[in-house]
Write a protein that binds this ligand. Structure first.
Ligand code: PHB
Ligand code: FE
Length: 327
């Protein structure tokens, strides 16, 4: 199916000007402050700004690796072709009470429905990727839209940012001023001294300068690729708007400032660890957890992913350990 073939199931608009949406037996609606989610055995409510920040990432990341929890109840699990939309599935209390619900949906259908909902429910002036200090309000009756912000280009280098034909560097001229919190980041670029004949085979760029000019938060972008090894740095401020449930291990390298991570059991939500990462710290997040980060100042984080499609199965069948390193 292509996007054009997908019929999004929507009704309304309601008295606040917003349409409601259906995916299988799930129903989504919003009013001035809240998003409401219903399914046959329950219903749920979230502040609409938090809902839109999570929805934005789920759409932009094509459902990411493993689980994107919008909060402790609602979320998606990526099966790379289909997506499980769930309520309470990874919540011990909902499971024990048998109130959880899952719909397995073709990726195209959930993507087009989520895109339509995001476009309809995001008002003029609200940018779900921006930090709270750098955006207007998500609230109120429907007024305008912010299509440019919600469909912005996602950086995914084929080899490496700055190489010919690949993702360009950022500068003032292409709409990427230095962020207010990174005013002290040195903006020079490395000198390259290639051996004769090798000038076309070597590239380098200043990653700190590149990140200092990121307009978005909590949005890993692929800046370099070595087979299935992806460097996905990101700039963080306030709270990661999703709770990520891993289907593989991830390495974190804290490049500047500090992030506090809440780490929970992936399947039950039971608390497992509080990890405080300061500049220079490195952590391996195991594949059986979920995590959410808090960044008091805008910080730079390198997320290092192995994108191999074989990994989830190797882990769930026990052939790979859940943690990538033993101490
Ligand atoms: C993660 O879930 O590992 C993650 C997601 C977004 C970020 C950083 C980390 O910005
Ligand atoms: Fe993660």
């Amino acid at each position: 199916m292509t996007a054009a073939d997908v019929a999004v199931t929507a009704g309304g608009p309601n008295e606040f000007g917003y349409h409601d949406y259906a995916l299988g037996e799930f129903r989504f609606s919003r009013d001035e402050y809240f998003a409401y989610i219903g399914w046959p055995t329950g219903r749920h409510v979230m502040s609409v700004d938090a809902f839109l920040r999570a929805l934005q990432r789920d759409v932009a990341w094509e459902f990411f690796y493993g689980i994107v929890n919008f909060d402790g109840v609602l979320g998606t699990m990526n099966h790379y072709g289909t997506v499980d939309l769930f309520a309470g599935r990874y919540n011990d209390a909902y499971r024990k009470a048998e109130l959880d619900h899952v719909e397995t949906v073709e990726t195209t259908v959930i993507r087009e429905t989520f895109k339509a909902m995001l476009a309809d429910w995001t008002n003029e002036g609200f940018d779900p990727f921006a930090s709270p200090e750098e955006t207007g309000s998500a609230f109120g009756a429907k007024h305008g839209d912010n299509i440019a912000a919600i469909t912005r280009h996602r950086v995914t280098a084929a080899r490496m940012v700055s190489l010919p034909g690949d993702e360009p560097l950022r500068d003032d001229g292409n709409g990427h001023p230095v962020n207010r919190m990174f005013a002290d980041v040195i903006q020079d670029q490395p000198d390259i001294h290639a051996e004769p004949g090798f000038a076309d085979e070597i590239g380098s760029f200043n990653l700190f300068a590149y990140l200092s000019r990121s307009p978005v938060t909590w949005n890993p972008s692929v800046v370099s690729v070595c087979r299935e090894s992806l460097y996905c740095p990101t700039t963080e401020e306030y709270i990661l708007p999703i709770i990520h449930g891993n289907d593989r291990a991830e390495w974190f390298v804290q490049l500047s400032d500090e992030i506090i991570w809440d780490v929970e059991d992936r399947d039950t939500g039971a608390k497992r660890a509080k990890v405080i990462m300061k500049a220079g710290d490195v952590a391996a997040m195991p594949s059986d957890i979920r995590h959410q980060g808090y960044s008091p100042k805008r910080s730079m984080l390198l997320v290092w992913e192995n994108a191999s499609p074989k990994i989830p199965e190797l882990i769930s069948s026990g052939q790979f350990p859940t943690q990538p390193v033993e101490f």
